[in-house]
Design a binder for this molecule. Structure first.
Ligand SMILES: CC(C)(COP(=O)(O)OP(=O)(O)OC[C@H]1O[C@@H](n2cnc3c(N)ncnc32)[C@H](O)[C@@H]1OP(=O)(O)O)[C@@H](O)C(=O)NCCC(=O)NCCSC(=O)C[C@H](O)C(=O)O
Ligand SMILES: [Mg+2]
Length: 298
């Protein structure tokens, strides 16, 4: 309670929406897959113009965007364009102009802040979702994350990074994974989603890989097949015990602050401060039912 009698404002307001946990790719040259992705339970649909579309289909895929996406303004959608260095990148960016403003752009193979700036200039006010998939991109992760105010997320492209570095072993990705997580959080961005898991039949392997990513600070994952979605949701869902504990933490801090205290000690002796409450809030938000869509946050 403040001295004027008004309740103490909560210093860590709850997030306004459920965090993004699942993102499903569908190639823009396969309208059936895009329609199914839009009808799926994925939090975000990524319509791909890049590596899932063969060069011979690039033009048709780009031309199909408006039809594919009309009538889906209730969905969070990103369009992954080709890199500007390719013959298709500039044409893809120009095609975005015909799409509603809340449709975001996913930018592959960003290697430097300058790469990002060039795309940002071409796409108006759209949110920018940045993929780092090269050694240069990983090294510049922090500068790229802060290069433009419309950067909405960082992501790692592990297939391209493996190719760039000539590595197969998952353990060799640990540095890049952690670097992305830290760069994103240091820039005030959400925890990144993991890269795709390439085997669409290996649910157990996907679950194990998600557990590693979760332990490194990732939240959620991009998918290439709808059957991967429930595996990802389960892997990143907090347990009932974690949710109950998080609710207790949030309530304890709220009560402490109403009583004019900035810190509190739980009955089991755990000392709480604001940072711990913020983490508890994120856990509670993950457990809550999906709210109304927020296409502006795509
Ligand atoms: C991988 C696929 C080509 C497999 O397709 P298909 O053989 O048709 O799969 P199934 O027969 O098992 O499909 C079963 C049903 O599910 C639907 N389906 C399949 N995939 C999708 C999807 N992505 N979205 C929506 N619906 C989907 C099928 O239509 C079947 O439906 P039904 O007939 O009604 O039963 C295919 O899954 C695919 O193309 N996936 C997307 C690939 C993609 O976009 N890749 C690009 C992103 S990954 C990347 O780029 C790597 C990254 O950049 C990096 O560097 O790491
Ligand atoms: Mg890639």
């Amino acid at each position: 309670m403040r001295q004027d009698g008004a309740p103490t404002p909560d210093p860590t307001p709850a997030p306004a929406h459920r965090p993004v946990v699942t993102l499903l790719y569908a190639p823009a040259d396969r309208p059936g897959l895009v329609a199914k992705a839009l009808a799926s339970a994925a939090d975000v649909v990524i319509v791909d113009l890049e590596d899932a579309v063969a060069p011979a289909h690039k033009q048709a895929a780009r031309a199909a965007l408006v039809d594919l996406l009309s009538g889906h303004l209730d969905r969070r959608v990103q369009v992954r364009v080709n890199a500007l260095e390719t013959p298709w990148g500039a044409l893809d960016l120009a095609a975005l102009a015909a799409l509603p403003a809340q449709i975001a752009v996913r930018i592959p193979k960003v290697g430097s802040p300058a790469d990002l700036e060039r795309v940002a200039l071409a796409v108006g006010d759209r949110p920018l979702h940045v993929l780092l998939e090269t050694a240069g991109g990983i090294e510049s992760a922090h500068d790229i994350a802060r290069a433009h105010p419309r950067v909405a997320s960082l992501g790692l492209g592990e297939a391209d990074l493996r190719s760039d570095l000539g590595i197969d072993d998952d353990a060799a990705l640990a540095y890049a994974r952690s670097r992305i997580v830290i760069a994103a959080r240091a820039a005030g961005l959400p925890a990144p989603s993991m890269s795709v898991y390439p085997n669409v039949r290996d649910d157990a392997g996907l679950a194990r890989s998600c557990a590693i990513g979760r332990s490194l600070g990732f939240l959620g994952r991009t998918a290439i097949h709808p059957r991967q979605l429930p595996v990802i949701v389960a892997a990143f869902a907090p347990t009932e015990v974690e949710v109950a504990r998080a609710r207790l933490v949030v309530a304890a801090m709220r009560d402490a602050q109403r009583a004019g205290n900035g810190t509190v000690v739980l009955p089991d002796g755990t000392f709480l401060d604001v940072a711990m409450v913020e983490r508890a809030r994120r856990t509670v938000a993950l457990a809550e039912p999906t709210p109304s869509p927020r296409p502006d946050l795509s």
